[in-house]
Structure formats: C-alpha cells, structure tokens
Design a protein around this ligand. Sequence first.
Ligand SMILES: Nc1ncnc2c1ncn2[C@@H]1O[C@H](COP(=O)(O)OP(=O)(O)OP(=O)(O)O)[C@@H](O)[C@H]1O
Ligand SMILES: [Mg+2]
Length: 467
Amino acid sequence: MGNRQSNLEELQKLRESIEMMEELLDNAYYGMVLVDTEGYIVKWNYEKLLGISEKEVLGKHVKDVIPNTRLHIVAKTGVKELCDIQEIHGKKVITSRIPIIKGGKSLGAAGTVLFSDISELQALAKKVQILEDTLNKYKGEVSKLYQARFTFDDIVSNNLKMIELKTIAKRVAKTNSTVLIQGESGTGKELFAHAIHRESLRKYGNFVSVNCAAIPKELLESELFGYEEGAFTGSKKGGKMGKFELAIGGTIFLDEIGSMPLDMQSKILRVLEMKEFERVGGNKPIKLDTRIIAATNENLEEEIVKGNFRKDLYYRLNIIKLEIPPLRERIEDVEILSKNILIKLALDLNMKEKTLTKDAVEALKNYHWPGNIRELRNVLERAVNLTSKPVIEIKDLPDSFKDKLPIKKGDVKSHSLKEKLEEFEKDILKKAIEEAGGNKTLAAQHLKIHRTSLYKKLEKYRMTEYM
Ligand SMILES: Nc1ncnc2c1ncn2[C@@H]1O[C@H](COP(=O)(O)OP(=O)(O)OP(=O)(O)O)[C@@H](O)[C@H]1O
Ligand SMILES: [Mg+2]
C-alpha cells in the first residue's frame, strides 16, 4: 500500500517536472522538435516558426516535414551539430541538433531554433558590436582623460629644497587637504599635482584637470559644475556632468587658478565652504567629496593687491603651499634632468639614448632658463633631432647657448689684464716658432725682436719644448 502510494507520488513529481521542462523549452527557444532514433517526430514546437501544429506532424518522419533536415542523422550518429545555418521553408534560421544519449546509446535527437530569422541575429550582433566599440572608445577616453600619469619617481632632483618639497608633498598626499602649488611656468607644477593624486588614498578615483585659463568665461561654470537638461537653450538631453562631479572620489586639479574670473572665484569659494555644489539649473546639492589641488604661476599675493584675486579664496586654497623653485635656482638639477629627459626622448622617438658632451652640460648650466624644465626639454628634443651622432655637442644647441662656452681651466685663474696679455703673448710666440719651422732666429726676425729677447720670453713662460 505504502509502496503504491510512493509510486504515485513519484509519478506525480515526474509529470510536474516534465511539464516544467516543456514550459521551459516552449519559452527558451523560438522552436524545437524532438525525434526518436529513427527520425520520427515525438514532440513538435515549430508552430510559431512554420505555422504547422503538433497534431499534424506527430509520428511523421522529420524529413517529410523539413526537407533538408539532418536531425535523423544526428539521432543515429549521436554527434551534435551546434549553431548551423539552415533554410527552413524559405527562412534562414540558426539551428542546433543535439543527440539524446543514455547509457552510451542514442535515444533520439532534439532540434532547436534560436532565432526565427538570421537577419534578426545579424542585426543584433551588429548592434552589440557598435555598442561595444562605443563603450571601448569612451572607456579609453575616460581613462586617458582622467588618469594621473606621473608619480613622485618622475620628479627627479638633487636639489635640497626640491627633495624637501617632495617629502612634504608625499606626506600631504595621504591627507585630504587642499594644496596650492606655486611656481614659474614649466617648473613641474602639473607633475606634482599628478604625483600627489597617485600617492593619495584617492588614487583609484579620477584625476580631473581643469585649465581655468583655457575655458571661456561663459562656459566655466557649466564645465565645472555641469548642468541639468533644459538649463539653457542648446543644453544636452539628460544634462551634463561637470568636472567637480567627475572628480568625486578623486582629485580635481584647478590649473592656472590665477586666471579665474572674479565671479567664478566667489562660486568656488562658496563650494569650498559649503562642501557641496549644484549643477547649473539644478536643485539637488551634490556632496563635494573631492581633493582640490590648485596651481598658478602668478604671485597670488600680488594679484590680491591688484584686486584680481579674492583674498578669502586665497586663504581657503592656501592650506598647504608648495613653492617650486625655478630651474636657475637649482642649476645642479640641469644634468640629472637632462639625462632623465634624454632617456624619455629616446623611448618616445624609438632610438638609442643620446648623451651630452661635458662642454654642452656646462653650456646648459650657464643658461638662465626662463622657461624652466619645459624649455630644457625643448632644447634637448631639438638637439636630439638635429644630430645623427650619439653625443650632443654645443653646436647642436640653439644660438643662445653658443656664448655660454665654458671658461677653460687656465682662464679661470687669469682674470687680470696682465695675465690675459701674457696668454696672448705665449700664443704668438708659439705660432711664430712653428711657422718658422722651429728656427728661432727666423721667428725672432718675423716678430721684429732680438733673438735673446725671444729666449728670455720662452724661459719666462717655461716653454721648454721650444727652447
Ligand atoms: N622634476 C622634474 N623631473 C622631470 N621632468 C620634469 C620635472 N619637472 C618638470 N618636468 C617636465 O617639464 C615639463 C613641464 O612641467 P609641467 O607641465 O608640470 O610644468 P608647469 O609648472 O605645470 O608649467 P605651466 O605653468 O607652464 O603649466 C613637463 O614635460 C614635465 O614632464
Ligand atoms: Mg601646468
């Protein structure tokens, strides 16, 4: 009795699971057909696809219903055929033929159709491809645009002040404090900003750079804070994210902050004080979760006096100030910077690294570098391109370096006129004797001096090789 009961229950369960499978098959595929080992149809679900009902075909051979089918073959061989393109009643479809194997023996085969028409799939594939391409393009652009490229290792220097500056910057990087970087053009302000971001806990966030001098005044606000759809005529559908929003969780670098218009300065000040901002035309405050680094090559204290920069904003920004010394105040860096730049240039230009002659290094060191390291880089890049030789000489440098010829060792001591005249006299004696083929009498005649006088001079200058 109990046995019979459990058999019934099992049968019930089996029926339920078959129903579930049928339900699943009905919905998972566009169509499906099941045949036995001989190829006779046991289940038919192609009504949607072909307009033929199951009743009409049950028990028929599959070949008689789908002329070019291979399902009966798969049922025999037990070898599956996946994703084949087949034409059924004038429609190209994608079919798979799967043998049903039990105990190593084929019991039949199932044919499935995934798409009613291959063009549907092609269109879909194309759409996916386009989406993928677009996504990759934007991914690439976003990561390129908003990534810090330099670390503290890229800032090379042997100068004590610079080494100290790097130490302070590294320490500050770990905090959330606002940093103000001041320094002449080309001293490496941007390099420091990148390095601070990379050293910070926000390094996985974006590093968003804004050149306050390059964005037109009218656009600055929407560039910084973004805007809501319909904020103004021509505004984009869905609005636009601003730089502050892009920098959430990361760092915003306000470069050339000295060029920021006064009214924008007020807005920035308010954002820094409230620690939140809104999109233009929006009313949802967005939390300011962004580290701020500002840079300028202007003397902001002077700009405050002139009325071009807000004092209160200056105090807000001036929490940690990094003042980068100009290159002329760290001339000892010229050599190591040049070496570093030449290595990078060689990599960029895919050529062997070039070196500088001692004289060329001296000439570079004697220059005043108004354009700082950027100028040094330009001078070296020009020289690398100008010479095909592996060493860069003074003649490969711009004209302004030609008169920067290093003073020779002997010259250093001979400052006085007397010493200079003596050097000159020595040169003349040397030339005269050489021109006379070593004949000192002849040389004395040419110089219109007495022979003994010539000897005296040679003795005086210890020019023993001519005596
Ligand atoms: N210490 C350094 N070591 C190596 N390269 C440096 C260093 N400082 C600056 N550079 C290089 O010099 C160039 C100028 O640097 P950067 O752009 O950071 O200057 P900047 O201070 O931002 O100038 P600007 O005020 O004109 O924007 C860059 O090519 C940078 O890689
Ligand atoms: Mg810069």
